[in-house]
Write a protein that binds this ligand. Structure first.
Ligand SMILES: Nc1ncnc2c1ncn2[C@@H]1O[C@H](COP(=O)(O)OP(=O)(O)O)[C@@H](O)[C@H]1O
Ligand SMILES: [Mg+2]
Length: 145
């Protein structure tokens, strides 16, 4: 029997986060090869179609976009891939940003392997005061092949 994975449901969920008016934290949680990075790039394409500003998750870019007020103008997508690799100072700053109310529509999209994530990452994500959408990705494309 061939195993197949279908992420249409997850993609549809992600699509609902684009074009909203309030900040949201989206978490893509799964092991290796569960499609986290692919879904992040699909979310980025949706954000592009909406004319949202977009930045990958480096701290200078994240802060620059927030301070520059991109969210107020056109909406802002900040993607953070492989956050299980983030160090404690990064997690601390991420937590501070998530704790403070943000103007306009900002989507924080965080992808990580929960089994390998640090307590500092979970503490940071728990700081959020926004809506939180957690998408658990089961299976893996490695197994499906
Ligand atoms: N919907 C999909 N259908 C088929 N293959 C996919 C799909 N999404 C991802 N893949 C493939 O599976 C592999 C792992 O996907 P990736 O997004 O890199 O996973 P992760 O970031 O969770 O490790 C890649 O080779 C990718 O091209
Ligand atoms: Mg990946």
């Amino acid at each position: 029997m061939t195993l197949t994975l279908n992420r249409d449901r997850e993609l549809a969920l992600l699509a609902t986060t684009v074009g909203g008016r309030n900040p949201i934290l989206v978490e893509l949680r799964g092991g290796p090869e569960t499609g986290k990075t692919t879904l992040l790039s699909e979310l980025s394409e949706l954000a592009d179609l909406q004319g949202m500003a977009r930045h990958d998750g480096t701290l200078p870019r994240m802060l620059g976009a927030l301070v520059g007020g991109a969210a107020e103008h056109s909406g802002l997508l900040l993607t953070f891939d492989d956050l299980h690799l983030a160090d404690d100072p990064f997690c601390e700053l991420l937590g501070q940003v998530l704790r403070n109310p943000l103007a306009g529509q900002t989507i924080f999209a965080a992808a990580y392997r929960p089994d390998q994530a640090s307590p500092a990452l979970f503490a940071a994500l728990d700081q959020t005061r926004t809506t939180r959408l957690v998408i658990e990705l089961d299976g893996s494309y490695a197994e499906a092949r």
